[in-house]
Design a protein around this ligand. Structure first.
Ligand code: CU
Length: 367
């Protein structure tokens, strides 16, 4: 079938909307009619070359839609079901999947690295040439073919534009707090970078009962949003030294947990430098592959500090996302406030320009 899709042909270019041919779902695959797709920095990283992905590709890894068709042997969803695609395919049986960490499964890495589905082919073509999938999702298209194991059914009454955000920004941010850092009630937290994912780290910390939540950003509007999401303090990184400021806020001792949600080694170092003894620094930001971060080795021993990372919420999205839906329904998780702008799909490049200018918390394109 034909579908409008946003294709990235080369690094440094804008997305181009083309009518691509979407193949029929093969055994174990699901055809989703996208309703909304999230405008995330990860796709921008691919456009700018900050992160690598096989091209040409239909980008987009955050979305929500309705099942339009299913391939043979699909048992967990049927046409008409509302679903979220999960951007890390998982096999379900390897040691990481069995241990509740499907984002570390080798199958997902293979799909991400090759831009193909598991059989090594793609369901997307343009004028006879193969177009790659992105993260096995490619949500910047009216229709997407996704492996069943990367499809999560959600309740029909959840608004799809907000549901889309659950599949990346929300689960990644809240999960890093709850699963990677295991923030404890009353503790102190610093969040470096309060964009779409960072705001969810802030609200995750609030949900976990943190006593002090310091938001750090260079965009005043984002610091304002952070306060709305539960930050108790805001540090404008354009002025002064955020490390010294946060140390001063904590009476010199530092914070129990710090999160880097940007992808800059220098900021990762700042996040590490604001830790108290036994403090935990969690990196969510994605750097180019060759980037390195260094920390004073002695602080690992004499202060028992921890430097670690978190991918896709450091848990099982199939378990976490239904919990997040419950929290949203209970009024405890801000989703409506997170979705600050909607664009028609045809204006997707405008949506990315606004993201680059720091104007949005999270935006979606709708179909
Ligand atoms: Cu994302």
């Amino acid at each position: 079938m034909k579908a409008k899709a946003a294709v990235l042909f080369e690094v440094g270019q804008r997305l181009e909307i083309h009518e691509v041919e979407v193949g029929a779902p093969q055994p174990g695959e699901v055809l989703i009619r996208m309703a909304a797709a999230g405008i995330c920095h990860t796709d921008l990283h691919v456009m700018t070359g900050h992160a690598k992905a096989p091209l040409p590709a239909v980008l987009g890894h955050e979305g929500a839609g309705v099942v339009a068709d299913i391939g043979a042997a699909v048992t967990t969803v049927t046409p008409g079901d509302h679903v979220i695609p999960l951007w890390r395919l998982s096999c379900g049986v390897c040691e990481y999947c069995s241990d509740g960490r499907p984002a570390l499964c080798a199958e997902g890495m293979q799909v991400r690295a090759t831009g193909c589905l598991l059989d090594g082919t793609t369901r997307l073509t343009l004028r006879g040439g193969a177009i790659k999938h992105f993260c096995g999702v490619s949500s910047f298209a009216e229709y997407a073919v996704v492996p069943e194991r990367a499809v999560l059914r959600i309740p029909d009454d959840l608004p799809l534009d907000r549901a889309a955000l659950l599949g990346c920004a929300v689960v990644s941010g809240v999960g890093a707090v709850v699963n990677a850092a295991r923030v404890r009630p009353g503790s102190s937290v610093a969040v470096f970078g309060t964009g779409g994912v960072g705001l969810n780290v802030v609200q995750g910390a609030a949900l976990a009962g943190a006593g002090m939540i310091v938001a750090v950003d260079r965009v005043p509007q984002k610091l304002e949003w952070a306060r709305r999401f539960g930050a108790t303090h805001a540090v404008d990184a354009r002025h002064g030294d955020p490390v010294a400021e946060i140390r001063a806020l904590t009476g010199g001792r530092g914070v129990n947990y710090a999160f880097e949600v940007i992808g800059e080694p220098a900021v990762m170092r700042q996040a590490y430098d604001v830790l108290a003894k036994r403090g935990v620094c969690v990196v969510l930001g994605v750097t180019p592959p060759t980037a390195e971060v260094s920390v004073p080795a002695l602080s690992l021993v004499f202060e028992e500090r921890v430097l670690t990372g978190s991918i896709y919420g450091a848990g099982a999205p199939r378990v976490e996302i239904p919990k997040l839906i419950q929290l949203y329904r209970a009024g405890k998780l801000l989703l409506d406030e997170l979705l600050t702008r909607r664009y028609p799909f045809a204006r997707i490049n405008e949506a990315y320009a606004a993201l680059e200018r720091g104007e949005v918390a999270r935006s979606v394109v709708t179909f």
